[in-house]
Design a protein around this ligand. Sequence first.
Ligand code: IPE
Ligand code: IPE
Ligand code: MG
Length: 236
Amino acid sequence: MEEEKILPNHIGIIMDGNGRWATRRGLKRSAGHKAGADNLEKLLKHIFNLGIKYVSVYAFSTENFNRDKEEVDYLMNLFVKYFSSKNKIFVKEELKVIFSGSKERLRDDVKESMAKLEENTKNFKRGVFNICLNYGGRLEIVDAIKKINRDIQDNKIKIEDINESLVSTYMYQNLPDLDFVIRTSGEIRVSNFMLWQGSYAEYYFTDCLFPDFDEKEFDKALLEYSKRNRRFGGTK
Ligand code: IPE
Ligand code: IPE
Ligand code: MG
């Protein structure tokens, strides 16, 4: 009973610190991204086994295109490899995989591997895994405004219909609000992650670098969440 009350419905993870994890070991930054991807697989299993329904991860921000071409290319190749090789795992775990972000600037093979994974998992109900790729929170709101404007012009909606719940349905994905957001690697900022959905989320910042953020670290974060008093502007 109590567990039901304390478990967040939708969690977000800003998976930061892969580069530093590698540099500290004398490795190339790419080795950190690989270690981060491996860690994510274990972590997801754990999170969905706990009964959490929605997990959103920040895999690549729109601003991450400002990195060296070598690193961007490595990450894009890693995404293509990850999405096809993990397909079986998502099917076995009955997880629906969806993506949030802009399709602009993404290579065709990346877009194809994303579409395939979405298609192969679209009927699963055990949990939803939302991957924010080429994602920016402000751009998401700008894109929503454009879509709303188009629907007004097409007479699908009227200006009077616009309210917070309607705007939520115009985000990249129609997801419930975030309850809990974790950021690894010691940076205390949101870096443009799910601004609309996170307006009343609880935030947790840890120095732990993402490749080291294992099940035990996650449980520690969850314990902290269970102690938070969410007031939503009230007094309770
Ligand atoms: C997060 O790790 C992964 C991505 C942004 C793609 P970083 O690559 O930002 O690692 P640090 O912050 O440089 O250590
Ligand atoms: C945020 O991390 C984006 C992802 C984790 C994908 P960054 O490393 O890009 O963020 P900043 O630059 O430190 O704010
Ligand atoms: Mg970083």
